[in-house]
Design a protein around this ligand. Structure first.
Ligand code: SF4
Length: 308
């Protein structure tokens, strides 16, 4: 244990030194492992991370998250170097839809507006009219005139949540997050029975029955905010387990109970301190997006950002 801590301290010291030399900023998603969150300059959800990246004057952005997030940062920061410590960090949901599948949907619904969850590749965003995140999806859908058909891609569960919130009929793609669908109602109900005073916070990528058991359905940053505001001291959290590190650190006096103890996203967890250090040492691995794809994807991202 002592040796492991010493190794970790040495890695962190090297990362800190190289970060200054490279004029780099490390940003990490709420689902990253605790050791990565602790060394990051900024932790947040995918939209916050991209917005942070877009505003920084750092020359290098080391993006500890998954590929679609780093792509978004590269699109918003064309003059900076965006690095990923491990390019194999993909996303099960993003990989469920191709740009060709979107084109086919548009052919079948030529007058529809395509709303694309940011958990998608740049090529899929490039086929879309407007992006959304789990925190602003309802607002994005409400901004579209009522007489327009809407294709909502790729997450069917976020789409169904937006339908419940807005009362609008959306045409859903059948994608889902392989991590969030592992959160079962039976397990959640058991946790609720064991902690009858706890508040239940769920991410909208959870299945409908899980979301319907929750007191609040929120994005990861929404969960972090609610955890600070909530006067009750126990919370059952239905999302990827990485967020528990941040929640516990920010609210040491409160108790956070995972709705599913094994719901780790394998993609999020491929990053570690060694890979982060190598990334800074070797300036690896740069994330680049084709110029035409980037400009079309940026139009969809900008349409979302314009809503404020
Ligand atoms: S948690 Fe789900 S949506 Fe998020 S990166 Fe992992 S597979 Fe993708």
């Amino acid at each position: 244990m002592q040796t492991r801590l010493k190794t970790e301290e040495r890695l962190v010291a090297k990362i800190e030194r190289l970060k200054k030399e490279r004029r780099a900023m490390i940003i990490a998603h709420n689902y990253q492992g605790g050791e990565i969150q602790d060394v990051a300059d900024f932790i947040g959800d995918s939209l916050e991370l991209s917005q942070k990246a877009a505003k920084t004057d750092a020359e290098v952005i080391v993006f500890c998250g998954v590929h679609f997030m780093a792509e978004t940062a590269a699109i918003l920061c064309p003059n900076q170097t965006v690095l990923m410590p491990d390019l194999s960090a993909g996303c099960g949901m993003a990989e469920m839809i191709s740009e060709e599948a979107v084109r086919q949907m548009k052919k079948a619904h030529p007058n529809a507006v395509v709303v694309c969850y940011v958990n998608s590749s740049a090529k899929v965003k490039a086929e879309s009219d407007i992006c959304c995140t789990s925190s602003n999806a309802t607002r994005v859908v409400e901004s579209i005139p009522k007489d327009r058909e809407i294709l909502f891609i790729p997450d069917q569960y976020l789409g169904a949540h937006v339908m419940r919130q807005t009362g609008r009929a959306l045409i859903l793609y059948n994608g889902y997050c392989p991590t969030h669908v592992r959160i079962m109602t039976a397990e959640l109900a058991k946790a609720m029975e064991q902690h009858p005073d706890a508040v239940v916070l769920a991410h909208p990528e959870c299945t409908g029955p899980v979301a319907q058991l929750a007191n609040h359905v929120l994005s990861t940053s929404g969960i972090a905010l609610e955890a600070r505001k909530e006067p009750r001291s126990a919370m059952i959290v239905a999302t990827e387990t990485g967020i528990l590190h941040r929640l516990q650190k920010e609210n040491p006096q409160k108790e956070f109970i995972p709705a599913c103890r094994y719901c780790d996203c394998a993609h999020m967890k491929v990053n570690n301190l060694e890979k982060l250090l190598w990334s800074l040492e070797e300036m690896q691995y740069p994330v680049r997006v084709d110029v035409d794809v980037a400009s079309r994807a940026k139009a969809a991202i900008d349409a979302m950002l314009a809503l404020g």
